[in-house]
Ligand binder design. Structure first.
Ligand SMILES: Nc1ncnc2c1ncn2[C@@H]1O[C@H](COP(=O)(O)OP(=O)(O)O)[C@@H](O)[C@H]1O
Ligand SMILES: [Mg+2]
Length: 270
């Protein structure tokens, strides 16, 4: 059973977001969802349905128009767009960003002029004022966790796409986030490199990390997620256990969407 508010790490209520050029048609229309600590949740949905915007609102890269988001004990609420963000809201948004690690699709997750380990050490030193030696120890442990200790002193340009994404995960983990968000982390990768990145998420899941992943890897979504959320036109249409959603979707829109993936999903052996 999902969605027991009292044990939820993430609570989203009536989240709305639009952009100036999207006008009255909201990009996110009244999203409400609770996510428990330790859950691995896959977000799926057609291009342009609001998946990235949802993740960006969750870590306050975008400020919500209205609604409520709580992650751990950091809460941000806004009554409407006409409520101007005050200092308290901006400080809260900043705090929220430090609670949440995020990995994006492309190859621009890492600073190119820094080595892999320097990339992982950077935020703890700059943001948390951690001593270099301590930051280095933590970074090395994280690189071991994602299987990259041998490339610690290499520059990002020398890494494969899969290694880059694993390094990006290590870098996000270095801030000790409560939640990891991934926006199509494998969609720019060659198929043979997808599995190694997804495996890191599975490993983190078994350690109890809370993770939300926007993905088109339907096999991974079905097998590894605690549940899958289907979003369409800025709304949560349906969410369920992967096996149930794939074999017996309740909503016609879900059915239509999943039909497109039959036989086209990337084979992933992990
Ligand atoms: N910064 C922005 N400014 C204006 N429109 C945006 C912005 N970000 C996203 N949108 C629009 O919001 C809608 C949802 O986008 P997005 O969240 O990126 O969808 P998805 O990740 O599901 O493909 C799209 O119509 C997109 O053009
Ligand atoms: Mg997107």
């Amino acid at each position: 059973m999902v969605n027991l508010p009292e044990e939820s790490l993430i609570v989203v209520k009536n989240l709305r977001k639009s952009f100036e050029d999207t006008g009255d048609v909201g990009v996110l229309n009244d999203i409400t969802i609770n996510i428990k600590e330790g859950d691995l949740v896959s977000l799926i949905g057609p291009s342009g349905c609001g998946k990235s915007t949802f993740l960006r609102c969750l870590n306050c890269l975008e400020l919500l128009d209205s609604g409520h988001i709580r992650i751990g004990d950091v809460e941000i609420s806004r009554a409407s767009v006409s409520q101007k963000p005050d200092e308290h809201m901006l400080v809260t948004a900043h705090k929220m960003r430090t609670e949440v690690g995020m990995v994006f699709q492309g190859y621009n997750n890492l600073f190119p002029h820094k080595t892999v380990i320097q990339n992982v050490m950077l935020a703890p030193i700059v943001v948390k004022k951690m001593r270099r030696a301590e930051a280095r120890d933590i970074a090395m442990k994280l690189l071991q966790k994602v299987g990259l200790e041998s490339v610690a002193n290499k520059y990002p340009s020398t890494l494969s796409g899969g290694e880059s994404q694993r390094a990006a995960i290590a870098r996000a983990l270095a801030m000790n986030p409560k939640v990891m968000l991934y926006d199509e982390p494998t969609s720019a990768l060659d198929p043979e490199l997808v599995g190694e990145v997804l495996q890191v998420m599975k490993d983190l899941d078994s350690e109890g990390m809370t993770q939300i992943i926007v993905t088109h890897e339907m096999k991974f979504a079905r097998d590894a997620s605690d549940y899958i959320v289907f979003i369409d036109k800025g709304e949560i249409v349906e969410y369920d256990d992967g096996d149930i959603l794939f074999t017996n979707p309740k909503n016609l829109r879900t059915k239509e969407f999943l039909r497109h993936f039959t036989g086209t999903e990337t084979a992933v052996n992990c």
